[in-house]
Write a protein that binds this ligand. Structure first.
Ligand SMILES: Nc1ncnc2c1ncn2[C@@H]1O[C@H](COP(=O)(O)OP(=O)(O)O)[C@@H](O)[C@H]1O
Ligand SMILES: [Mg+2]
Length: 280
């Protein structure tokens, strides 16, 4: 994507949640597939260090190398896979202890790798792991747009409130896009969003309700067939929602110039102390 001559615009979008199992990987798989279909050069990074399965949803054969090999000096071309729709995938490393305990050297190595990624892609989508561990926060804070998924379950909302608090306290993230998964109407999405907003009102975080994704049995069918929903059933209700989400995420100014390190730099900056968390 060219904004003006010679200047590259890169969009880095991270997808995260408090609680696991709320639909992050489906969202990442479908948004990245739609970006690729729109002709954008898109990279999906599976950064769920504990339970990496983006490659499974995109129908890729089991990866032989992963982000850990990058840290050990493998080149990008040695580790990147490509989905049927043209999404390049940096596979995760399920169960790799190293990736749930990144040290300062690893973080520096990742930052320099991501600079290289910025040269080669228009959109980078980060499927971040859930929760508030340092590594999950690191990957969550990397996006220029940070998408937090919630469902209407009180546990998901409570965990999302904790995540938002941690993001506000330990990273420089100040704006978050919320997607409510599994609700039928915009009205119910608004009700869920209002509860989350109320729980973190004291944080001075800019929260925006980006979209809702209806519960749709086609999502499970897509998972069973290991094909992105937007390929398998492009007119299904959830696929339409993913389309809308993709459009919103691609709207607005992209960052001009290379480098996906801004989130990292921001994260390392000091943040002021905040009052204690109010429970949902
Ligand atoms: N909108 C939806 N409708 C129906 N099932 C869904 C929907 N979103 C997610 N799921 C199901 O929920 C489970 C978790 O989804 P996944 O994307 O793997 O979550 P996460 O990456 O947050 O752990 C999967 O079994 C998936 O098929
Ligand atoms: Mg996942």
């Amino acid at each position: 994507m060219q904004t003006h001559e010679g200047m590259k615009a890169l969009r880095v979008i991270s997808v995260t949640s408090g609680k696991g199992g709320v639909g992050k990987t489906h969202l990442a798989a479908n948004v990245s597939t739609l970006c690729a279909k729109a002709g954008l050069r898109v990279l999906a990074i599976d950064a769920d260090a504990g339970l990496a399965n983006l490659d499974v949803l995109l129908g890729l054969s089991p990866p032989r190398s992963h982000v850990g090999h990058l840290l050990d000096g493998a080149t990008l071309d040695e580790v990147l896979l490509e989905s049927a729709s043209g999404v390049k995938v940096l596979p995760g490393a399920p169960g790799e202890r190293r990736l749930t305990h990144l040290d300062a050297g690893d973080l520096r190595a990742l930052v320099s790798i991501w600079d290289e990624l910025a040269e080669r892609f228009d959109v980078v989508l980060v499927d971040a792991g859930p929760g508030v561990g340092d590594d999950a926060l690191f990957f969550s804070a990397t996006g220029q747009r940070v998408v937090v998924l919630v469902t209407e379950e009180p546990t998901s909302l409570a965990d999302a409130a904790v995540l938002l608090t941690s993001l506000r306290r330990t990273t420089a993230v100040r704006e978050v896009d919320v997607v409510v998964n599994g609700v039928r109407t915009w009205r119910s999405a608004q009700a869920v969003f209002a509860r989350l907003e109320g729980a973190v009102a004291h944080l001075s975080l800019g929260l925006k309700l980006l979209a809702h994704v209806p519960d749709d049995q086609n999502v499970r069918r897509a998972a069973m067939q290991r094909r992105p929903l937007v390929e398998l059933a492009p007119t299904s209700p959830a696929a339409r929602a993913f389309e809308k989400i993709t459009q919103s995420l691609l709207e607005g100014p992209a960052r001009v110039g290379g480098g996906v390190t801004v989130g990292v730099e921001r994260q390392l900056g000091p943040t002021p102390p905040l009052p204690p968390l109010r429970v949902v």
